[in-house]
Design a protein around this ligand. Structure first.
Ligand code: ZN
Length: 339
């Protein structure tokens, strides 16, 4: 009986030692220690053992059971920790791999141009003022000397919210708000988004940006206007830049002019960039119409002023020699990251 037990025990230990999986251990437990297991069948055959030997055999069976259970438990722990180690190995992070670089954003060419324009005018003592993009018809047109029957008010030119409210077509409306505050002298620029019902092409967009300027004081002359804008042109396009004023018409200024700058590519000799002209049209300007001052509550007998408006995209396109305005709005990072 003792030998039989030893054989069962050795069999069990051997099977446990060669098993490589936790499931196999469970099968071994059932085979030896289960209800129909080999060790249990020994206990069942106790009736054949002489009564005086039974305690001894019982003890041997218990020892064998304890031994098998102990080895099983050890092996189970070893297999579990091996499995955990294998899993850890599989999930290891290689810290020597280069990390994914985040995409770094940067300023849009429009923003770069705007910040430069703001820097120039702030340097000359101007204030930067912002106004609403959705504006009363009065501030966008009437108060700027554009009466109800003016062609600029055509539905082809303007986005109407209703008969009283429009998407502003110019940031000059901000100047009217500023004048109405009655705090003169005024020296301001009004940058911002404006809207026109234009078809999209290389030089037009239904939404673009303007920077308009306004100076109102007691002794302002056209010479101040010319000097200010000549300085602006030099700072944007280079020290050698010359300016030229051509008579023009705007409802809110009188007299009015358009300003050209000498081509900064050819110095005025004429090239492909300036289409052989030697000059590039930059902005509109003029002395504030007395009626505009009067409508906003400023006495035109006491105060005079000048105003100008420049397209922000125009400056950005020229500055970076971009030939299609649409590129500024497409948000193609391959294009934008060049600036
Ligand atoms: Zn040129």
């Amino acid at each position: 009986m003792k030998e039989k037990l030893e054989k069962i025990m050795n069999d069990a230990v051997e099977k446990i030692n060669i098993s490589a999986k936790l499931e196999e251990l469970n099968d071994i437990r059932v085979a030896f220690l289960g209800k129909k297991g080999e060790l249990t069948s020994i206990l069942k055959s106790m009736k054949d053992v002489a009564p005086e030997d039974r305690p001894k055999v019982g003890q041997l069976v218990n020892e064998a059971r304890a031994k098998i259970e102990g080895v099983l438990e050890e092996k189970k722990t070893a297999l579990a920790s091996a499995a955990r180690e294998a899993q850890m190995k599989a999930e290891t992070i290689d810290v020597t791999l280069p990390a994914k670089k985040p995409m770094m954003g940067h300023r849009h060419p429009n923003t770069i141009a705007l910040e430069e324009i703001e820097r120039i005018f702030i340097g000359m003592g101007y204030e930067v003022v912002e106004g609403p993009e959705v504006e009363y018809d009065y501030y966008n047109f009437e108060a700027l000397n554009i009466p109800a029957n003016h062609p600029a008010k055509d539905e082809q030119d303007t986005f109407y919210i209703n008969s009283n409210i429009v998407l502003r077509t110019q940031t000059s409306s901000t100047q009217v708000h500023e004048m109405e505050k009655g705090k003169v002298p005024i020296r301001m620029i009004a940058p911002g988004r404006v809207f026109r019902s234009d078809e999209v092409d290389a030089t037009h967009s239904p939404s673009f940006h303007q920077v308009e300027g306004l100076v109102i004081d007691k002794d302002v002359t056209f010479a101040d206007l010319k000097g200010t804008l000549a300085e602006f042109a030099k700072q944007v396009f280079g020290e050698d830049t010359k300016v030229k004023f051509r008579p023009h018409h705007f409802p809110f200024t009188e007299p009015s002019a358009e300003m050209d700058v000498s081509c900064f590519k050819c110095g005025g000799k004429g090239c492909r960039f300036c289409k052989g002209e030697g000059w590039i049209e930059i902005l509109g300007c003029g002395m504030v119409h007395p009626h505009v001052l009067e409508m906003s509550g400023i006495d035109p007998e006491e105060y005079v002023g000048f105003a100008f408006g420049v397209g922000l995209e125009r400056i950005a396109l020229l500055k970076y020699e971009i030939d299609d305005m649409r590129l500024l709005y497409e948000n193609d990072t391959r294009f934008l990251k060049q600036f």
